[in-house]
Write a protein that binds this ligand. Structure first.
Ligand SMILES: [Zn+2]
Ligand SMILES: [Zn+2]
Length: 383
């Protein structure tokens, strides 16, 4: 059995969480955060590898002689927004905030790191993956490109995300799709500007853009099966400067979400097709600029069973609820789940402000449970 008292360590862990919260850094600039995490792990005797995706860290702990390996991932980047919580440990970096609780995710995994370093009664290897840039650049993908899984092979991989609205400390998950894919494209409509009084001499990009926006509405309703959840949103449409000038260009920013990789592909193709041919019908041209996309997050059924079994065994039957519907948001842990079977599990943040709001804060009451989840999962899977 464990020869440690987590309750004695908990005040230190809360302090770690608050320190992280105070120094939020945006994706791929998490230099102080990365140094701080590495410093904790060094104290506890981990083999530490740094520099994956620039600020990413892998901390490894081995015990026994089994060649099985398990991976746990926590993200540590913040969001570009101004915190308005008024907390004593609120952000000290203007315009940056831990509004998605990645400070909490990292702290829960550090709590597990502490516990595992004091109780190595397992046989195999535990890789703790501390990942940058979940919110913007797909840090998980960048870590993979730096050889994450070749250098640190894992048989299964797990991650936690806190979730406001789910009771504090209750876990939720489902097998199969758990979060949507996302793709973003900027479409620039290239028309021909001129005087608002002589439209016949112009190719009006406002009209072309409007036509594209309307035509895009038929993709989800008429191209994709009603059984396949998907969304196409035109979130931005910018053009023109005055009522009597027809501008040269218009720019549309579009996000596309789907649960099924085939539908994802279909939607991307249809958006490109609709924009191109709508524009052609007006004698205009379009340029499409695709930005980083995340695949759908698809949980492995066996990994979800394993997570559920650990949760109910150690925290009680009520501690796990089946997630009835996948989330329409997205998550770059999906890149790892494309390579290794695993589970993305939610942990209730209780009745808090929503994620990505200026008044959000991670709930310190769930730190211990989140840490103990990873700790028990390592011991159960590497028994
Ligand atoms: Zn987020
Ligand atoms: Zn997040």
């Amino acid at each position: 059995m464990s020869d440690f008292n987590f309750k004695e360590f908990l005040p230190d862990l809360v302090d770690i969480r608050h320190r992280l919260h105070e120094m939020p850094e945006i994706g791929l600039s998490e230099v102080k955060t990365s140094d701080f995490i590495a410093a904790q792990l060094e104290r506890w005797g981990y083999e530490i590898t740094r520099g994956l995706a620039s600020t990413g860290i892998v901390a490894t702990l081995r015990a026994g002689n089994s060649n099985r390996a398990i991976g746990f991932r926590a993200d540590f980047d913040a969001l570009p927004m101004q915190e308005e919580t008024g907390l004593p440990y609120a952000s000290r970096h203007a315009g940056a905030m831990h509004a998605c609780g990645h400070d909490g995710h990292t702290s829960m995994l550090l709590g597990a790191a502490w516990a595992l370093s004091r109780d190595k009664s397992f046989s195999g290897t535990v890789h703790l993956i501390f990942q940058p840039a979940e919110e913007n650049f797909g840090g998980a993908k960048l870590m993979l490109e730096d050889g994450l899984l070749e250098r640190f092979p894992c048989d299964q991989i797990f991650a936690l995300h806190n979730w406001p609205g789910i009771p504090s400390g209750t876990f939720a998950a489902r097998a199969g799709p758990v979060a949507a894919s996302i793709d973003v494209v900027t479409i620039t409509v290239k028309g021909k500007g001129g005087h608002g009084a002589q439209p016949e001499d112009t190719v009006d990009p406002v009209v072309v853009g409007s036509s594209i926006v309307m035509a895009l509405q038929s993709i989800v309703s008429r191209s994709v099966s009603p059984h396949q959840p998907s969304v196409v949103t035109v979130g931005s449409f910018l053009s023109g400067s005055a009522s009597n000038i027809i501008p040269d260009t218009a720019a549309l920013e579009i996000s596309m979400r789907a649960m099924n990789p085939k539908v994802r592909e279909e939607i991307r193709e249809r958006v490109a097709q609709v924009a191109t041919y709508q524009a052609k019908s007006y004698n205009a041209e379009v340029a499409l600029d695709w930005q980083v996309g995340y695949p759908a997050t698809i949980n492995d059924a066996e990994a979800v069973r394993a997570a559920k079994s650990t949760i109910t065994q150690h925290f009680g039957e009520d501690a796990f609820v089946e997630l009835d519907l996948p989330l329409m948001g997205s998550e770059d842990f999906s890149f790892l789940l494309e390579k290794v079977p695993g589970a993305y599990v939610l942990i209730g943040n209780g009745d808090s402000s929503g994620l990505h709001t200026t008044t959000y804060d991670f709930n310190d009451d769930i730190l211990e449970r989140g840490a103990m989840y990873f700790y028990h999962l390592a011991k159960d899977r590497l028994a």
